[in-house]
Design a protein around this ligand. Structure first.
Ligand code: ATP
Ligand code: MG
Length: 581
């Protein structure tokens, strides 16, 4: 490919609407262009990257025994009604109507469609196990599609679905997919951590995410992990052991229950200061709205509630913290006139009250009683708090806590979720009556798993991981081209013929090379080469009169002076080393 013909427009500045590095770099280096919010065009450079990621995925999925197919992007409402998700899937599901007023949606995922495919095609136990996958655009009407390809509304996903006879088969396939995923990301040049996670809207019981660990702002997930054992989990799922703490108010003089005046103590800090106590003997009450209903969450006051855990504890699918007005409304409904900061479980007998496990340890504690500037002190669960619906772990793990498996200190880092594997069980096969006939001729629902990889997100995550001030340097395995050859002066005949020869030799060997034949200043060519991130650059300049060219490795910035034929050999060897060619 000649640079003069390459379809690429590099920009001098980063786009003003881009917040994360990968978005900024991909737009500036001419890989993508925004069509509308959360929807991007994959220009030729990007498309080459995506195809490479896809090819790696295909090879490894096929190697793992899965079969590729392609499902429609538009899906009918009826299937979603069969699974029960039409009602419960939130606003991310883009719904539309056709000219006959039939309701449809743009596929955000394909459990329903694939279950219908299996129902018709996998009738006997002899056909199981079976794993089917596709690489297809998905659409999710994300609330804040602000991270470029990392969180698009339209994006490319590889989604696979497995069908087994029983849990044992599923366990085996789950492990098989986890291994395939590890190979896929490694072949993309990415190190990933496999972490336990919440199963979210897809449902099921067990799930793991593959995270690219990153220090940039783009890591939307906190990952807690332990260096001493293999524990690692997304914060929406992580658990921990807590350090010792004072949880008995007796030590602070609260040996009998009473109501005390606590003026101007609407926050936990103010209350601690006023009563001269640690927050570990206070019961904190927080009002949430889960699926449009009020829920009261109780937790030891030095800890925070993890909303996903709370939502799961209630069995809901949508959660938000209540506004001040809503808290007041809730209190008034129960006959109280206190300010929002004084809310408590008193009298709230008709709503769901979920208490965190930390609450079990509290004795003679301090709690709000829905009255302004008053608190109850010396309170105890069984006597002074109305029926708690149930206890659950709804606590957000924080640093300085300990590994639930081995007790060593937990560490935290940020990560980008590039892949996700789920054990679905019979969550879809049962309601959709997707069954096979077992050995005894009895109909049984498939035991299913599903396995996703964000193809476009993986490429963007690689940019988050591999960039510097001058641009990106995608691993050569997924970079759009392997190498660029830059003659410093296009008017110099020797430079041009040498560059052309290197280029021809590389192309002959199967290397994806670009010849920068533009009549531009060398500075411009070098800048573009760095920005686009050609893994290797061979510069043919004045030193060619001595028989030398310059070889630059983009990732390290290292520059060597070598012979032209050595430069050809070097590129070939380097890319052979990573399994290309
Ligand atoms: P997230 O929690 O980041 O919203 P998710 O858990 O809802 O993602 P899954 O349903 O597990 O996503 O989808 C499988 C994979 O698809 C994810 O691991 C991720 O790599 C990718 N993906 C999901 N949503 C997006 C998006 N909006 N843009 C790009 N890739 C996405
Ligand atoms: Mg996920």
């Amino acid at each position: 490919m000649k640079m003069s013909k390459l379809f690429v427009q590099t920009l001098r500045e980063f786009p003003s609407d881009a917040e994360v590095v990968s978005h900024k770099m991909l737009v500036r280096a001419g890989y993508i262009r925004k069509l509308t919010s959360g929807v991007y065009e994959y220009l030729p450079l990007m498309w080459r990257v995506l195809k490479k990621v896809e090819d790696i995925i295909r090879e490894e999925m096929d190697r793992a025994g899965a079969q590729e197919l392609l499902l429609p992007f538009v899906q009918p409402k009826e299937l979603w009604e069969e699974s029960g998700r039409w009602e419960v899937y939130g606003k991310e599901l883009m719904r539309l109507r056709d000219r006959h007023d039939r309701e449809m949606c743009l596929g955000p995922t394909a459990e329903e469609v694939i279950t219908a495919v299996a129902r018709d095609g996998l009738k006997s136990y002899k056909q199981l196990p079976c794993n089917l996958y596709q690489i297809q655009s998905k659409f999710r009407d994300e609330v804040r599609p602000r991270y470029g390809l990392l969180r698009g509304r339209e994006f490319i996903m590889k989604d696979a679905y497995s069908f087994d006879m029983d849990e044992e088969g599923l366990d085996k396939e789950y492990k098989n997919m986890a291994d395939a995923y590890t190979r896929i990301f490694k072949r993309c040049g990415l190190e990933t951590k496999m972490v336990q996670s919440d199963s979210g809207a897809i449902g099921g019981s067990v799930s793991h995410e593959f995270m690219v660990i990153t220090t940039t702002d783009a890591g939307e997930n906190d990952v807690f992990y332990c260096d001493s054992c293999d524990y690692s989990a997304n914060s929406n799922h992580a658990v921990s052991k807590l350090p010792q703490a004072d949880t008995d108010g007796n030590k602070f003089g609260f040996n009998e229950v009473k109501i005390v005046d606590t003026p101007n103590t609407k926050s936990i800090d103010e209350l601690c200061e006023f009563l001269n106590i640690p927050s570990t003997i206070i019961l904190k009450s927080l009002v949430y709205v889960v699926d449009k209903k009020y829920v009261l969450a109780l937790i030891r006051a030095d800890k925070q509630v993890e909303e996903t855990k709370l939502m799961n504890a209630v069995g809901g699918i949508d959660i938000r913290i209540a506004s001040e007005a809503e808290i007041l409304e809730l209190m008034q409904q129960h006959g109280f006139n206190g300010k929002a900061g004084f809310v408590g479980p008193k009298g709230m007998t008709d709503i769901t009250i979920i208490a965190d496990e930390t609450v079990k340890d509290l004795k003679n504690f301090v709690v709000g009683i829905n009255e302004t500037d008053k608190h109850m002190v010396g309170a105890n669960l069984d006597k002074d708090i109305p029926t708690i619906t149930h206890f659950a772990d709804i606590r957000l793990v924080e640093k300085d806590e300990f590994c639930p498996q081995c007790g060593q200190p937990l560490k935290v880092t940020r990560g980008i979720e590039v892949g996700n594997i789920f054990k679905l069980g019979t969550k879809y096969s049962k309601p959709m009556n997707a069954v096979y006939l077992d050995k005894n001729g009895k109909a049984q629902p498939y035991v299913m798993g599903c396995y996703g990889i964000g193809v476009s997100r993986t490429a963007a995550a690689a940019v988050e991981r591999y960039h510097d001030d001058n641009g990106m340097f995608l691993p050569v395995q997924i970079a759009p081209y392997h190498c660029v050859i830059v003659p410093v002066s296009t008017k110099d005949e020797l430079q041009m013929t040498t560059a052309q020869k290197i280029y021809d030799d590389l192309i002959k060997a199967g290397v994806e090379a670009v010849l920068d034949d533009r009549d531009e200043r060398p500075g411009v060519k070098f800048k573009d080469a760095d920005l686009i991130g050609f893994p290797y650059r061979i510069t043919v300049g004045k030193t060619i009169t001595e028989g030398n060219v310059e070889f630059k490795t983009r990732a390290t910035g290292e520059i060597e002076t070598i012979k032209p034929e050595q430069s050809v050999e070097k590129v070939i060897n380097l890319i052979k080393e990573v399994g290309i060619l």
